[in-house]
Ligand binder design. Structure first.
Ligand code: CTP
Length: 399
């Protein structure tokens, strides 16, 4: 994997019996040409020594937030920016709990909190601790922050019990990181375009026709694509949502503007049309406010179907075109019809009659209909987790 030369890893070693495996992990990382800096938590030093880590890693070992020497050399923000990736091992139940609460009580937690880089946690703990609801809830919080979790495995633990909680073997940890960084590198060449949110079709300067779309699912998809390296453009109707600066955000109001902007950013490798585009626009928009006493007849005409246009425009057609179908009834037949009529590779369908999922909710439950007639249901989840799953499928198809 010659693309992975000169990658920088910040290794955070926590206090657990599996901490000794960090030595083997460092050895394999070095063999794979990683530059390593390490933070040792206070309790990790009960299990390993700074000297063994610095000798093996040939890199700086940090262990105290308030050390004058460390502060003058590299502050905690600089340290979190230095790394391409942060690897936390063994991620104990206590570490997971502290990170889920956003703690910043020592150097390790402060650096992680200040980081904008991918963070990998490698949990290791007793099976009962792993199975405890509080650990599961904390992990869900961290997954929603997009932390990546490696393992744990089922096996015999240091405490003598058997079950899920054993730390993943160092070679598998490094393989997973290699694979992740390899794809990020490769994906940098790939371009994605996402439409999201509602559109507004104005009757006059203050009144418009619109819909209930919050844009959340589209924004989450754009974030997931960007996280795995895609150059992502998000063309969004009016929403209150924020997006990371790595994503190019184009704000529009009307379907016509969305169409124009979409054309500007083609060609792309994948286009995901999650916007709830108004199907109709007002034929003649009033330039001044319509008054109550005015006779009012609204004439509508169809907006251009952006998805349909892009997927049938041969010279510009992205390798993957993905549409959404928000339905209140006949979900499957409507979705399959849209898949065919709009010449899509996938249609992501959801039932918007259920108030707990869909439009304004943070949760969604979708069924993906594929061109090859397969279908796949993704169970109810936070929209950010649904996005990770959708993007995983997009990435598999493109790679
Ligand atoms: N879409 C689009 N441009 C439009 C209308 C829809 O790009 N003018 C896209 C949406 O972003 C979505 C898909 O087409 O990916 C399906 O949209 P939907 O409104 O559900 O379908 P329609 O074709 O408008 O059919 P209907 O409203 O009759 O269900």
């Amino acid at each position: 994997m010659k693309n992975l030369k000169d990658k920088k890893i910040l290794l955070v070693i926590c206090g657990g019996i599996a901490a000794y495996k960090s030595l083997e992990t460092i050895r394999i990382l070095k063999k794979n040409n990683y530059e390593i800096k390490t933070i040792l938590t206070k309790s990790s030093k009960e299990f390993i020594t700074p000297l063994s880590i610095s000798s093996l890693s040939q890199g700086k070992v940090y262990d105290d937030l308030f050390s004058i020497e460390n502060e003058s050399e590299m502050d905690h923000i600089a340290l979190s920016r230095w790394a391409d990736l942060i690897l936390v091992m063994p991620a104990t139940a206590n570490t997971i709990s502290k990170l889920a609460k956003g703690s910043s009580e020592d150097l390790a937690s402060t650096v992680i909190l200040a980081s904008n880089k991918p963070i990998f946690l490698v949990p290791a703990m007793n099976v009962r601790m792993w199975e405890h609801t509080s650990t599961k809830e904390n992990l869900n919080i961290l997954k929603n922050f997009s932390y990546k979790i490696i393992g744990p495995e089922i096996g015999e633990m240091a405490c003598g019990e058997y079950g899920e909680g054993k730390m993943t073997e160092p070679i598998n940890i490094v393989n997973r990181i290699n694979e992740y960084l390899f794809y990020i590198n490769k994906n940098k060449k790939l371009k994605a375009l996402v439409t999201a949110g509602p559109t507004k079709e104005y009757l006059d300067p203050v009144r418009f026709i619109s819909n209930k779309s919050s844009g959340k699912q589209g924004y989450e998809i754009a974030k997931s694509l960007s996280r795995i390296g895609y150059q992502t453009t998000l063309i969004s109707g009016p929403t209150n949502l924020k997006i990371n600066e790595e994503i190019k955000l184009i704000k529009v109001e009307t379907a016509e503007q969305m169409f124009k902007e979409t054309q500007k950013y083609l060609p792309v490798d994948v286009a995901i049309f999650s916007a709830a585009v108004a199907d109709f626009k007002i034929v003649e928009k009033n330039d001044i406010k319509i008054k109550k006493k005015d006779e009012l007849t609204i004439k509508l005409e169809k907006n251009v179907d952006i998805l349909n246009y892009v997927s049938n425009h041969n010279s510009m057609r992205p390798k993957l075109v993905i549409g959404f179908a928000a339905e209140t009834n006949n979900l499957e037949s409507n979705a399959i019809e849209k898949l065919k009529n709009k010449n899509c590779d996938m249609i992501i369908a959801n039932d918007v009659s259920n108030k707990d999922i869909g439009f304004d909710s943070d949760f969604n439950e979708v069924t993906i209909f594929y061109k090859n007639k397969k279908k796949e249901k993704l169970s109810t989840k936070n929209k950010s987790l649904i996005s990770e799953e959708i993007v995983e499928r997009i990435n598999n198809q493109l790679n």
